[in-house]
Design a binder for this molecule. Structure first.
Ligand SMILES: Nc1ncnc2c1ncn2[C@@H]1O[C@H](COP(=O)(O)OP(=O)(O)OP(=O)(O)O)[C@@H](O)[C@H]1O
Ligand SMILES: [Mg+2]
Length: 545
């Protein structure tokens, strides 16, 4: 009974003590002596994730928490009263000790970062050391707190890396979007330009044709000169139409195996006097031998001419005189052509835009801004590359690279046709074109050559006429609102198969894929608008034989 009473009294005392402790804990609003008395600081230190320790002036460990012991893989007796060299490997110990000394001597706190071998492996630790002072503020030791930031660091690094990757991906996306927008813009522009160019073809054919027709009649000198001016204007306009078609990539590529040195020389011949007149010197450094490339001669000429013209314009506008250096070489399995000038160069902000269609810095009427975009299109079509190196005041160098022609070489185009004289003979020709001006030109020129010419605006009307009369040749426009050239040809094949070998097509659209496919399939000759009369006469004469 007595024992029971004793235990009960003890328990009640203990409970009272605990109750009191809880009450004091509940009312304690800030860390104060009560906390200390209750051993709460000790608990905080014990359960902290950071390793903590105190040292005396000689650098001996006074106290450590559980985390510290865990990390160094030792028990209390191995650490307390011992120096840092007994706890850490020598190199780390030396470092930690020198830091301890600094804190003890200066009395100032210190924070450092170290990679330290622990039971968890090599970890990145941030160690904070503060001086420990007595009541008179004398430094009597130090307090250390070591935080393991390895995982934070790794996470930070991973975050940075993924941020970087995200930025790169965003960049790529932006680029892709830009390219897409650019491609779409170009496609739309190409369509528009091709449409306009086709519309211009017919009236131009008329102007050129009628002018050349009048010139053939040996007019008096004054009229002759004026007609020549009209002819040249029309030819220039035709060239622009060709350029627009080239820009919209609808021009036919006729590749043959060619020596680009040769094409360069030919092109420069056209420019030599103009350059000299403008005080622009030419410096040529052509490779003695260049492998041939598979390319379209006139398109390559157009590329070179555009680049030389640009260089000339840049020089003339800048200094009034200067030098264009043209260099060719065969390097890295590529034919490389450099066209450099010592003009003003291209400012950085323009470098990205100069290949854009209609980008020009030239005065209104002086440049259309199509030159480089046409060059770029042509070079791409030839699977080549084109780039520019330039900075303000450094001049500009345009670099072209092409692969050499493969072992399968295209047969060179024959020039024989050009030199052949036109043999004009008689015969009956039916012209079918919905454009009146084209019909008139064809009728005039062909009847002048001694042919008997009849014209019609629609292929539909032509079919019954062909069945009735005897025609030696049919000149048929490919595009017709009433009945397409294709339908006409098919119908003719059914009704009068003998006649299909007497058809010559006229078209302003030979390079469009559909037209090309059809025309290639027929194997029939094609006259492209706007045509030169001589070429037309030649084609007709040839077909009549
Ligand atoms: N060699 C060069 N030096 C300095 N700037 C150049 C050079 N070549 C081209 N450029 C710049 O690039 C722009 C675009 O050239 P591009 O040939 O496409 O058009 P353009 O010469 O202005 O007009 P176009 O060729 O249609 O008559 C030029 O207006 C000029 O600002
Ligand atoms: Mg130009």
């Amino acid at each position: 009974m007595t024992q029971y009473h004793q235990t009960r009294t003890q328990l009640e005392d203990e409970m009272e003590f605990l109750r009191e402790k809880v009450t004091r804990l509940e009312t304690a609003s800030s860390p104060n002596d009560d906390w200390d008395e209750l051993g709460i600081y000790r608990s905080l230190v014990e359960y902290a994730n950071d390793a903590m320790f105190t040292k005396d002036l000689a650098g001996r460990y006074l106290t450590t928490n559980t985390e510290f012991l865990r990390r160094v893989g030792k028990v209390t007796e191995d650490v307390i009263g011992k120096n840092v060299v007994h706890v850490f490997p020598p190199d780390v110990a030396l470092l930690l000790d020198s830091e301890d000394q600094e804190v003890l001597q200066t009395g100032r706190a210190l924070e450092t970062e170290h990679k330290v071998q622990t039971v968890d492996g090599v970890r990145v630790l941030i160690i904070r050391k503060l001086p420990l002072r007595d009541e008179d503020a004398n430094v009597v030791g130090l307090i250390g707190i070591s935080r393991d930031v390895q995982d934070t660091k790794r996470a930070e690094r991973a975050l940075k890396e993924s941020e970087q990757k995200a930025l790169e991906a965003l960049d790529g996306l932006q680029q892709a979007q830009d390219n897409l927008v650019q491609a779409e813009k170009l496609a739309a522009l190409g369509e528009l330009v091709a449409g306009v160019a086709h519309e211009l073809n017919n009236p131009l054919t008329g102007v050129l044709g009628v002018t050349q027709l009048l010139l053939m009649r040996d007019p008096e000198p004054e009229l002759h000169d004026k007609l020549r001016i009209i002819e040249q204007g029309a030819q220039r306009a035709s060239k622009i139409v060709q350029n627009l078609l080239a820009f919209s990539r609808k021009q036919r590529v006729e590749p043959e195996s060619i020596d680009l040195n040769e094409i360069l020389r030919q092109t420069l011949e056209l420019k030599v006097y103009d350059l000299l007149g403008n005080q622009v010197e030419l410096e040529l450094d052509l490779a003695p031998v260049l492998p041939e490339v598979l390319a379209d001669v006139s398109q390559m000429q157009s590329v070179f001419l555009n680049l030389v013209n640009n260089a000339q314009d840049a020089i003339v506008e800048h200094n009034g005189k200067g030098t264009i250096g043209i260099k060719t070489a065969f390097t890295n399995e590529k034919i490389r052509i450099e066209i450099a000038d010592d003009g003003p160069g291209v400012p950085n902000e323009n470098l990205k835009r100069i290949f854009d269609p209609f980008f020009t810095t030239k005065a209104v009427g002086k440049g259309t801004g199509l030159g480089l975009s046409i060059c770029h299109g042509i070079v791409q079509e030839h699977q080549g590359t084109m780039s520019v190196v330039s900075g303000p005041g450094e001049g500009a160098t345009f670099i072209l690279e092409f692969a050499p022609a493969s072992s399968v070489e295209a047969a060179p185009l024959s020039n024989k046709e050009e030199s052949e004289a036109v043999v004009i003979g008689g015969g009956r020709i039916l012209v079918i074109d919905d454009e009146e001006v084209v019909r008139e030109v064809l009728e005039s020129v062909l009847s002048r050559d001694g042919y008997q010419v009849e014209t019609l605006s629609s292929p539909r009307e032509a079919l019954p006429m062909l069945e009735q009369g005897q025609y030696d040749l049919i000149l048929a426009d490919l595009k017709n609102p009433d009945m397409s050239g294709k339908e006409f040809f098919q119908e003719l094949g059914i009704r009068m198969p003998d006649m299909i070998s007497r058809v010559i097509f006229i078209t302003g659209d030979a390079a469009s894929p559909n037209a090309r496919e059809f025309l290639d399939g027929t194997g029939r000759p094609v006259i492209e608008k706007p045509f030169e009369l001589l070429a037309l006469q030649r084609q007709v004469a040839k077909a009549m034989v």
